[in-house]
Structures are given as C-alpha cells and as structure tokens.
Design a protein around this ligand. Structure first.
Ligand code: UDP
Ligand code: MG
Length: 245
C-alpha cells in the first residue's frame, strides 16, 4: 500500500523527457485535483528521463500533498509506465493522461460521471489537433485494429481514460498493449466501456516520442497477439468455497 490509498481517484502521468511541460503539469493537474468532486491524487511515473524531469518532479511533489511519483531505473516505454502506475494505485479508480496535456485534465470530470456504470470510460478526440499525416496513420491503425479485434473502439490512443482499479490491475499489459485497452476490458467477464468525446490540443512543448514505425508496425503485429490472447484467455468464476471471510 502507499498514499494513493487515501484517495478515491489516482491519475497516472507517464513522464519521459517532459521537463518543458513540468510547470503546466503542476498548475493544471493541481487545479484539477483541488476542484474535482472526487478526492484525487496524481501519480507521476518517470520512465527513465535524461533531461532533468526527475529533479523537477521531486520538487513539485514535495510542494503538493496530492502529488507523488515513482521512477524507473531506465526507459521502458509508455505501456510499462502505465502498468507501473496501475500496479502502484490503491484508490478505487485510476485514470491516465499524457504529460504533454494534449487532452484537458478537466475533461476527467466528463468521464468520471459514467464510471460507476462502466468498467472503463475512455475519451475520443473529437476534433483532433495533430498533423494530417499523424491523423491518417491513426485512422488506418484504428480501422485495422477494429477489424481484427471487434472492439468497436473509435480512438484507443486517446490519452484520457478512467478505469476501475481492480479491473485495470487484471489487464495483461505487454509493450504496445495500451492501444488495446477496450479490447482487453471486453475479455473480462462483465467488462464494459463507454466512449465520450473530449477536447484535444496540439503538443505545445517537448517532443513526440513516437514515429510512423512504432505507431503502425507494432500495433499491426499486436493485433495477432491479441487474437491469440483472446482464444487462450482464462476468466473463471468461483461458485463454491469454504472460505469464511
Ligand atoms: N512516454 C513514456 N515513455 C516513452 C515514451 C513516451 O513515458 O518511452 C510518455 C510521454 O512522456 C508522454 C506519453 O508517454 O507523457 C505520450 O507520448 P507522446 O506525447 O510523445 O506520444 P504522441 O502523443 O506523440 O503519440
Ligand atoms: Mg502527445
């Protein structure tokens, strides 16, 4: 257990060389956590940054009781950062937002409205503010993934999501699998998700960490991994036991 257990909602923020975004994160996430109707904390996951992000993180977490962080010994990638965030969350609900704030933390409120009824509520970037080329790649990847997984999800890459922490902890997360969250949730017995349009902004500071190769080839191969996983997935129900709790 850790301090996230004192909160109802933990927002996981993956950080890889985002020093230019640190002040905005401090202000915007601080304001969101203070104003949210759920008792909220922010868990930063430093994914082996080499640009001084960790020093800034230490500072901002020292100054705000709602902020905390964990840090890796090296860079493991976005899915690993998300998994570590979920593993270290002990509040009822867990959320995810990117450090570049291309989505708006205030829109967590739109997602939280529905979270009691669904296992996961995910944003979809209604008017996406990325280059034509990036949007084209994403449309293509989303279409292929939908065909292969039948997950019905319009925009799995949207960096604004809220999940029940117990369901999130059961997700088999391997590198790249953060793009399959709706499909993975549907594997769970009774697993459901809802999509809600959210605002989207261009990246205004720091650099994107992904390129065409890791945005398209990885997810393409992962579709086959998902289909294998779906066939072999185990989700049992216990009917009888003599445990008395
Ligand atoms: N990120 C990470 N580890 C990595 C690559 C990225 O933790 O190896 C984080 C990054 O700091 C950001 C998020 O993942 O918070 C999404 O990255 P980015 O904005 O570069 O992705 P894009 O929006 O271009 O797809
Ligand atoms: Mg981004």
């Amino acid at each position: 257990m850790n301090r996230t257990a004192n909160f109802d909602f933990t927002v996981v923020v993956p950080i890889y060389n985002e020093v230019e975004n640190m002040d905005r994160l401090r202000l915007r996430l601080g304001a969101f956590a203070d104003g949210c109707r759920m008792n909220t904390c922010i868990l930063f996951v430093n994914d082996g940054s080499s640009d001084g992000s960790l020093d800034r993180l230490e500072e901002i977490c020292r100054d705000n009781g709602r902020f905390m962080y964990i840090g890796f010994d090296r860079n493991y990638g976005l899915t690993a950062a998300l998994k570590a965030g979920i593993d270290h969350t002990f509040s009822k609900y867990v959320g995810y937002i990117d450090a570049d704030l291309q989505t708006d933390p205030e829109d967590f409120n739109l997602l939280l409205e529905h979270i009691e009824k669904y296992t996961m509520v995910t944003g979809i970037r209604a008017a996406r503010k990325d280059s034509f080329f990036k949007r084209f790649q994403s449309k293509f990847a989303n279409g292929f993934r939908r065909m292969m997984t039948n997950d019905g999800a319009a925009d799995t890459g949207c960096p604004l999501k809220v999940l029940h922490t117990d369901a999130a902890k059961k997700l088999p997360l391997f590198t790249g699998m953060h793009r399959f969250l709706p499909a993975l949730i549907l594997l769970q017995k009774g697993g459901t998700y809802l999509q809600v349009p959210v605002r989207h902004y261009p990246r205004t500071a720091g650099k994107s960490k992904f390129n065409m190769l890791n945005r398209l080839w990885g997810p393409f191969a992962d579709c086959f991994a998902y289909r294998w996983m779906k066939k072999r997935y185990i989700d049992y129900s216990v009917k009888n036991s003599d445990f008395h709790e």
